[in-house]
Design a protein around this ligand. Structure first.
Ligand SMILES: [Zn+2]
Ligand SMILES: [Zn+2]
Length: 346
């Protein structure tokens, strides 16, 4: 049993730091000292609302799932990592036996244990035991903090693949928080044609420009749709990626997708119901694609971060020790202080 610190969310909006024991690792498991954990939009939902849909945070719960750390101890069967290795922690522990797991879609496993999703304790703590199969070695070029970005970036790559993105496609990214910026990076690296990005927060719009968007709009100040139609000769974009989880951006996604184009929803709405205009969707024959986490794209994400001349890790704007997690979540959930991606270093 290894004792370490953890940040417990006491239902809504209040953290307390306390000790937690981590059990010894079994034969196929690895004990990891967590060094960095990204704060995800979903963590901000749990912090603000105490739930996402019907997933409700129990009292005194650990959230967080974008983690990287150092291997401390390995079980007797573990071969791929050893003590001292720097690793990214894949947050979903899928069952390996169900229809979805055996058909290569572990992200859809109904029995998945996903870190920081009730009732599975998450990563805002110092020590964690994980199955060997959930660990991926970090390339030397990436710090622990940078390594955590593989989680949102893997989701972006997975979703962009689902949308059957092709080199040269024009795309719109509606909302350039960490997921929108991940999608942007992925499309840029993948050879997109024109990239349009809309955002309401200035720093995030600037970051979109820095990561290679061709046209960046401050959504509340410009008539974005008509500008996009003008630039695309009235056609709209091949793929619209909704990355804000708002009714307005869902409407916009459908409006600016071209006839025969595609609409992809990455955002997590606060509301239990969102709406769309079925007539436009039908006339354009738009598939509306949703994205559930990721599958088999984490290594690609790590590789792209190392190889690309675009420095994706510049989206990290804030770092906090575990003791400051309350402040960190307040900043992230209110999108204040120019925050884009914030990292906890436990
Ligand atoms: Zn995440
Ligand atoms: Zn399964």
């Amino acid at each position: 049993m290894k004792k370490g610190k953890a940040a417990f969310l006491l239902q809504k909006k209040k953290f307390v730091i306390d000790e937690i024991g981590t059990p010894d690792c079994r034969d196929d498991e690895v004990l990891v000292r967590i060094k960095a954990v990204g704060i995800c939009g979903s963590d901000a939902h749990y912090f603000l609302e105490g739930k996402i849909g019907d997933q409700i945070v129990p009292e005194k719960f650990i959230i967080g799932h974008e983690a990287a750390g150092e291997v401390i101890e390995t079980g007797s069967n573990v071969k791929s990592v050893k003590a001292g290795d720097r690793v990214f922690i894949e947050p979903g522990i899928s069952c390996g036996n169900c229809e979805f797991c055996i058909t290569g879609r572990p992200n859809l496993c109904p029995y998945v244990k996903f870190l920081g999703t009730p009732p599975v304790l998450g990563a805002f703590r110092q020590y964690i035991v994980m199955p060997e199969k959930n660990l991926i070695k970090l390339p030397d070029e990436l710090s622990f903090a940078e390594g955590t970005l593989a989680e949102p970036l893997a989701i972006a790559i997975y979703g962009v693949r689902l949308s059957n993105f092709q080199a040269g496609d024009s795309v719109a990214i509606l909302g350039t928080g960490p997921i929108g910026l991940s999608v942007l990076f992925c499309c840029r690296v993948g050879g997109a044609g024109k990239i349009f990005a809309t955002e309401i927060i200035k720093q995030r719009a600037e970051m979109a420009e820095k990561l290679g968007a061709d046209y960046v709009y401050l959504a509340d100040r410009q008539d974005v749709n008509s500008e996009i139609f003008e630039i695309t000769n009235g056609r709209g974009v091949d793929i619209a990626y909704e990355c804000a989880g708002k009714q307005e951006t869902i409407n916009q996604m459908i409006s600016i997708s071209s006839i025969g184009g595609k609409s992809v929803i990455f955002g997590i709405p606060e509301e239990g119901l969102i709406f769309f205009d079925p007539h436009t969707v039908r006339r354009k024959q738009l598939p509306i694609i949703t994205v559930r986490r990721s599958a088999f794209t984490t290594s690609v994400a790590l590789e792209q971060m190392c190889k690309s001349p675009i420095k994706f890790s510049s989206i990290i704007t804030h770092r906090f020790p575990l003791e400051k997690i309350q402040e960190a979540l307040e900043i992230v959930s209110t999108r204040s202080n120019g925050v884009i991606k914030a990292i906890i270093e436990p």
